[in-house]
Write a protein that binds this ligand. Structure first.
Ligand SMILES: Cc1ncc(COP(=O)(O)O)c(C=O)c1O
Length: 411
């Protein structure tokens, strides 16, 4: 029998680190600090079960039929109302319901990217976004959010869109300042380049009140600005609902709707109806205080354990929200791709920086999640990570491998 036609070329461009990392789920007793998963005990199981039963009984047409491609009108209206302010007037035509925030990313790639187009991206960048856009073969131009004043219009000009996660970025956990948000909006308005504000962690502020969204800073009545805002219920309610949304100018919503038609035709009506009722009954507001206090305590437990065991090996900032700590090796010889594999042998899994680098080159940092594990497991995971780091570093020192910045320049 002749061999079947080959798979598409982009499949060869994925990183094998991701596969090792996915296989980690099979290792017994592993402390998984690698994922970005919420704590299942926080899901309001009974309330969601009641809403799901009511959705089917009271709204069978919406819950069990094919909903419109762009979403149930009542849910689109509810989201438009939730996000409208005095200066930002949103209508149903500004909202598309998506299957998780992830689908919003994929659809943006579908409607904006041709082979080789440029994305100006906050770097390091969310792995799921890189995966969503990989089949379209984009080129990346890094935009560093912590730097004071690089010329943003210069970086954005010629790109199809700018990608940012201003609230507690995945992977770095960093919060983008208000001044920087204003500068991004101004540059988007000046250049006409779309500005993607991906915001799954926007409710997870542990130490201060929320900063204004770039969508809010843009304003408009009716809204027709360059910000494409992506929201989701995954971190505030439950990821299994797979309900997300895009808020954007009507012409962008229309294009994304055309793209969604060829992706999944529509998001589950049952999930959308449940989401609608969750908004009506205030369920998200009811569960948020418990989410914040549990995650804040876990963030503190992780950072305390890191200060005790990892201080000599890594440097990091304590995040003020979100789900991750980003730790950079003090010694560049601590290769974090190797550390991920060594960590598995020591019973701990972290995400290496290479998977968040569009070029796959950064091998000196790790992303550590603090939401999934209780404090004692976090502490045990950190102890194992310290042991694994010393083993990797010891081996590379013994091999005389010098990856100090000076040596890299000289090589
Ligand atoms: C930055 C970012 N964007 C989007 C998503 C997608 O989330 P979901 O598809 O569950 O809504 C995630 C999930 O972790 C994320 O971290």
């Amino acid at each position: 029998m002749p061999s079947p036609p080959p798979f598409a070329r982009w499949l060869d461009e994925t990183n094998d680190v991701t596969q090792v990392f996915l296989a980690a789920g099979q290792v017994p007793d592993l402390v998984n600090l690698a994922g970005g998963l919420p704590e299942p005990a926080l899901w309001p199981v009974d309330a969601l079960a009641d809403l799901a039963a009511r959705a089917v009984r009271e709204h069978p047409k919406e819950a069990l039929g094919y909903p419109p491609i762009d979403g149930l009108p009542a849910l689109r209206d509810a989201i438009a109302a939730r996000f409208s302010t005095v200066d930002l007037r949103l209508g149903r035509e500004n909202v598309l319901i998506t299957t998780g925030g992830m689908q919003g990313l994929e659809l943006i790639g579908k409607v904006l990217l041709d082979e080789g187009d440029v994305i100006a991206a906050q770097t390091p960048a969310y792995l799921g976004a890189l995966d969503a856009w990989r089949p379209r073969g984009p080129r990346y131009r890094p935009v560093r959010m912590e730097e004071e004043a690089p010329d943003l219009p210069y970086l954005m000009r010629g790109a199809k869109f700018t990608y940012t996660v201003p609230n507690f970025s995945n992977p770095t956990g960093r919060l983008v300042s208000v001044a920087r948000r204003q500068a991004l909006v101004k540059a988007a308005q000046e250049t006409g380049v779309w500005l993607v504000e991906d915001d799954p962690y926007g409710a997870l502020y542990y130490d201060c009140g929320p900063l204004p969204r770039m969508l809010d800073l843009c304003g408009g009545a009716p809204y027709a600005g360059p910000v494409i805002y992506l929201g989701t219920l995954s971190k505030e309610l439950a990821p299994g609902l797979r309900v997300g949304w895009v808020i954007a100018a009507p012409e962008m919503i229309a294009a994304l709707t055309t793209a969604k038609q060829g992706s999944d035709m529509c998001t589950s009506g049952l999930s959308q109806q449940v989401a609608c009722m969750a908004f009506e009954t205030g369920l998200c507001e009811q569960v948020l205080p418990d989410i914040l206090s549990l995650y804040r305590a876990r963030r503190d437990a992780l950072c305390a354990a890191m200060a005790e065991h990892l201080d000599a090996l890594f440097e990091w900032e304590v995040p003020t929200g979100g789900m991750f700590v980003w730790a950079r090796a003090r010694d560049a010889r601590l290769d974090t791709d190797l550390l991920m594999r060594e960590g598995l042998a020591h019973g701990v899994c972290v995400s290496p920086s290479s998977v968040f680098d569009p070029e796959g080159r950064d091998r000196a940092a790790v992303r550590i999640n603090f939401t999934l594990n209780p404090p004692d497991s976090l502490a045990e995971g950190v102890r194992r990570l310290a042991a694994a780091s010393r083993a990797v570093l010891g081996r590379s020192q013994a091999a005389g491998q010098d990856r100090s910045p000076q040596a890299m320049i000289e090589q």
